[in-house]
Design a protein around this ligand. Sequence first.
Ligand SMILES: Nc1nc2c(c(=O)[nH]1)N[C@H]1C(S)=C(S)[C@@H](COP(=O)(O)OP(=O)(O)OC[C@H]3O[C@@H](n4cnc5c(=O)[nH]c(N)nc54)[C@H](O)[C@@H]3O)O[C@H]1N2
Ligand SMILES: Nc1nc2c(c(=O)[nH]1)N[C@H]1C(S)=C(S)[C@@H](COP(=O)(O)OP(=O)(O)OC[C@H]3O[C@@H](n4cnc5c(=O)[nH]c(N)nc54)[C@H](O)[C@@H]3O)O[C@H]1N2
Ligand code: SF4
Ligand SMILES: [Mo]
Length: 678
Amino acid sequence: MRAPETWGRSTVHTACPLDCPDSCSLAVDVEQGRIVSIDGSRVAPSTNGFICGKVRRFDRRVYSEDRLLYPAVRAGGKGEGSFRRVPWTEALDLIAARFTEIAREHGGEAILPVSYGGSNGWLSHEATDRLLFRRIGASELARTVCAAPTGAAAAGMYGKMAGVAYEDYQAANLIVIWGCNPAVTGVHIVPHIKEAQKRGAKLVVIDPRMTLLARQADVHVALRPGSDLPVALAMHRHLFEEHGADRAFLDAHADGVDELRAAARAWTFERAADVAGIDAGMLRRVAEMYAAASPAVIRCGWGLERNRNGGNAVLAVLALPAVAGKFGMPGGGYTMSNSAAFGAKPFVWDAPTSTRVVNMNRVGRALTGADPGFAERPIRGLFVYNCNPLATLPDQNRMRAGLGREDLFTVVFEQVMTDTARYADVILPATTFLEHYDLARGYGAYHMHLVQPVIEPVGEARPNVEVFNDILHRMQPGASQGDTFEETDALLQLTTRMGEERTVSMYASGVAAPPFDGRPVQFVTAFPGTADGRVHLHPASLAAETGGTLYEFRPDPATSAFPLALISPATEKTVSSTLGELSTKIAALLLHPDDARARGIQSRDSIKVFNELGEVHCEADVTPETCAGTVILPKGLWMRHTWNQQTANALAPDTLTDIAGGACFNDARVDVALLARH
Ligand SMILES: Nc1nc2c(c(=O)[nH]1)N[C@H]1C(S)=C(S)[C@@H](COP(=O)(O)OP(=O)(O)OC[C@H]3O[C@@H](n4cnc5c(=O)[nH]c(N)nc54)[C@H](O)[C@@H]3O)O[C@H]1N2
Ligand SMILES: Nc1nc2c(c(=O)[nH]1)N[C@H]1C(S)=C(S)[C@@H](COP(=O)(O)OP(=O)(O)OC[C@H]3O[C@@H](n4cnc5c(=O)[nH]c(N)nc54)[C@H](O)[C@@H]3O)O[C@H]1N2
Ligand code: SF4
Ligand SMILES: [Mo]
């Protein structure tokens, strides 16, 4: 029995490990072994008793009709979604036998694990899964679909310095929300922004979309997607050339100053504004507000990284507080990802590897043999878990072709029947975070929580830790953790190691002591984690990666055939594609009235959005919420949400960002045409 209480009514304290910065503490009511309500608790101060609507109704996923209850093997064509139930032992034996055969005949690199953001918990990913795939010498997945450019930029410039805590936004006099939509993607910062505004703080939002916070901002810079680099460089030019730069701070703490200054010199407000499609006077005003305000804080999101200039854009944005001298006081500096603030690394069950690396943005290419090396040495075994690649990775039609290969042996370990799971040869049912143990830590909020099961597993679902160990035990008994390794054993090993390293200490409440008491002040209690403790405004490692030059703008990929920029930001309905099964509504493309008029399109029309990679048939929503020239489809749609089973990722190129090989979802360039009026 896993769940602490399975009879009568009780409240179980646990936490949310989903891919969200906030890492909420939860109070879940259970009656006769069933979840009756899920809400936020006050155990973690940043949660403060409230959570998002998605998780409040997570029970709908737990008990959904789409829930996978038993292991199953394919009984029809690939993608048809027809399966036959089998016992766990049969499914695991089959996987072990096929993987052993593939590895023996073609080498371990013919097997590729694909996983990402299903659970940010430390037991559910990069634990025994990593041990299994490394032991069998599988191809390594470069986990670049998200946060690769932001991560590389933050590491190169500041060594991932801990960022300003949500609570300290209340102390700021100017808040800049840059490429981030916290009202949807990390809601617990919003009350602190509101408090600051009540006190008279100014709010600037830099986003092509009129987000909720943009509506309430003093200035909304509705820039063309991918133009953040010139906009930030124009702000640097203002700081350097019009005497706003903090010379004393830069001399004491930074290098690369001259390189950054030289790169910024060409970007006058007029030139940057022209590239970004915004008003030069407004840009000057933002630069002047930022130079003058103190404390001033920048919340940098992930929207600005998902294009060809993503890495350099994030570098230029994160350099602003250093050049403008904004560090050294509560509410001053920046917040990016705080995932590194705990110091601890999850890997305990690791093994060395030196196998070929597959960039996850190009899994479709790898599977279809389109990339050099993969035609000669194909991927023959695929193991998908914590991920829904058909919905979430770029170049969807190529991915679909890859998953459709009859000779590809595909295992999908999932909670629900996703679009990807329909292509499986073997399906394994996974527990949700309400049915297993895990460790969750925020990448915005400074908490680490114990996640504990609230109910018994639904159907025959099992947790990742056990299943990967079971497969390894069948393939290489000596390399596994034994024949009955349970998640509680894994939890004990992990927390013991963390205790030895004195990184975090667990409290009885299930919340770990946050680093810096949860309120780091940059350059007072939190410092750069770079090797020399300095700020690198022109990080050598990143410059080497881009051929020596940073801060070089790559022009917009639009053509006369495909003039509109398509972005696909997060919505309040799903976390990436998770929970997409709960909606059957056809998606709507947001387009600006000018773009709609030019194409004879009205709201509710059936339209197609298309480019050379694919086309999406959906509804139109004509609205000034997006700027002219930019259209918006939601991130995380499933095939069922369009009329032709293609989503935004059918239009997203698998090109890579300037730094760190990240995804360029927002470099999709498209046109739109009317299909029918209802
Ligand atoms: N409800 C919900 N919450 C989530 C998620 C979810 O899917 N749903 N996803 C989680 C994950 S995996 C992540 S990584 C985070 C992401 O968190 P955010 O970064 O806040 O989310 P995004 O939607 O990726 O992008 C943020 C904003 O960037 C804007 N944007 C797009 N292109 C550009 C650009 O070129 N420049 C600028 N300045 N802005 C641009 C978009 O319009 C959007 O409003 O959220 C997490 N939280
Ligand atoms: N067009 C477009 N596409 C995007 C983005 C975008 O901005 N635009 N954003 C990207 C971003 S930011 C991200 S992070 C990626 C995320 O992409 P994915 O990693 O594919 O994330 P999800 O869609 O949430 O799919 C995760 C799956 O893991 C499963 N899962 C959850 N917990 C467990 C578990 O414990 N065990 C097992 N075996 N499975 C589990 C869930 O049921 C879910 O189906 O999507 C990217 N895709
Ligand atoms: S998804 Fe984010 S806001 Fe919602 S409960 Fe989880 S951590 Fe909290
Ligand atoms: Mo993400």
